[in-house]
Design a protein around this ligand. Structure first.
Ligand code: FO1
Length: 316
């Protein structure tokens, strides 16, 4: 679908799944009208470096650099640095490729020099040729802490990468979110948006950290525009990652409606996959379509369908 739109769009995204929708949107929306707000609850310090996996995943996806097999990291990257760490007796569990490392070095040195994560992200994305605005929601640290039945509290990457999201989750908290500030750029983008989208990212692990920041919720609720989420749960399973497992562990039924209910009044529209058409609950306006993005054409088609639907007057 080659629909071009004049809508000013803000999309809330997490990592790999969110990056796919961001890519589809970037093909249909003029860059000055597109702002991608990215989860920074996954960010952490590792060997003295500041790593922002979701920001980087979106940045590499939009710039075409991403490793398409993993969905994160840089395509064709080498691992000389990881091999050197092993030679020093380390057991690195987080795969930092050599080219990817450059991103973390630049980010960390500029953070240490006092630049904000927002400004650094702008400059890194511009250097990689990205014209749309790619922004963290906040410049403050808001690490997601995952409470597990086996190991107690784990920082996000220890849970997700080191333990491959196998521990059973009993609770999640967004440390520091209560007092975190929304960045001025994120606030301005929300205030001028004609459409707000929540990507099919993990509601609890990717979108939850953003919504836990009180000024973010307030800014979204203040907008009388379509605020649409896309279900990350299709046919009882997560499109990718731990969402379904996590929902079951937290005691929720694994349905798209549970996700819509979690977003509550933040959304006024919800997109179900066609496979779940018999599970539609019309608490908000709904669109039923094929939501699974297997290739680049799917990303653009889904983005186009949602933009066309959102542009109709009755989606509020
Ligand atoms: N995910 C993994 O499953 N294993 C890794 O070793 C890993 C390394 C990594 C390095 C840089 C980066 O930007 C992302 C990386 N990811 C890795 C992905 C990432 O940790 C997760 O997908 C997200 O945090 C969840 O959205």
């Amino acid at each position: 679908m080659a629909l071009k739109t004049e809508l000013r769009v803000v999309a809330l995204v997490g990592g790999v799944g969110g990056a796919k929708l961001a890519y589809g949107l970037s093909q249909l929306i003029a860059p000055e009208n597109l702002t991608i707000l990215v989860n920074n609850g996954d960010d952490f310090w590792h060997y003295g470096l500041r790593i922002c996996p979701d920001l980087d995943t979106v940045m590499y996806t939009l710039s075409g650099l991403v490793d398409k097999t993993n969905g994160w990291g840089v395509a064709g990257d080498t691992i000389a640095m990881l091999d050197a760490l092993r030679n020093l007796g380390e057991q690195p569990w987080f795969r930092l490729g050599d080219r990817d490392l450059a991103t973390h070095l630049v980010r960390t040195s500029r953070l240490r020099a006092g630049e904000s994560l927002t400004d650094i992200t702008r400059s890194l994305s511009a250097a990689l040729g990205i014209q749309a605005s790619l922004l963290p929601v906040t410049n403050d640290d808001v690490p997601t802490i995952v409470s597990t039945r086996e190991y107690g509290d784990l920082d996000f990457q220890t849970y997700f990468v080191r333990y491959r999201w196998q521990p059973s989750v009993s609770a999640i908290r967004y440390q520091g979110a209560e007092s975190a500030r929304l960045s001025d750029s994120a606030l301005a983008a929300i205030q001028s948006a004609d459409l707000i989208l929540i990507a099919p990212s993990n509601p609890w692990l990717s979108v939850g950290p953003m919504l836990a920041i009180p000024p973010m919720r307030e800014a979204l609720l203040a907008r009388d525009v379509p605020r649409i989420a896309i279900s990350p749960i299709v046919a009882g399973q997560a499109i990718k990652g731990p969402a379904a497992k996590l929902m079951a562990e937290l005691g929720y039924s694994v349905t798209p409606h549970t996700v819509a209910a979690y977003y509550g009044d933040i959304i006024n529209g919800f997109v179900y996959d066609r496979q779940d058409s018999d599970l539609v609950v019309e608490t908000v306006r709904t669109l039923v379509t094929d939501t699974v993005m297997k290739n680049e054409a799917d990303r653009v088609r889904l983005a186009g369908e949602i933009l066309a639907w959102a542009a109709r007057d009755d989606v509020r």
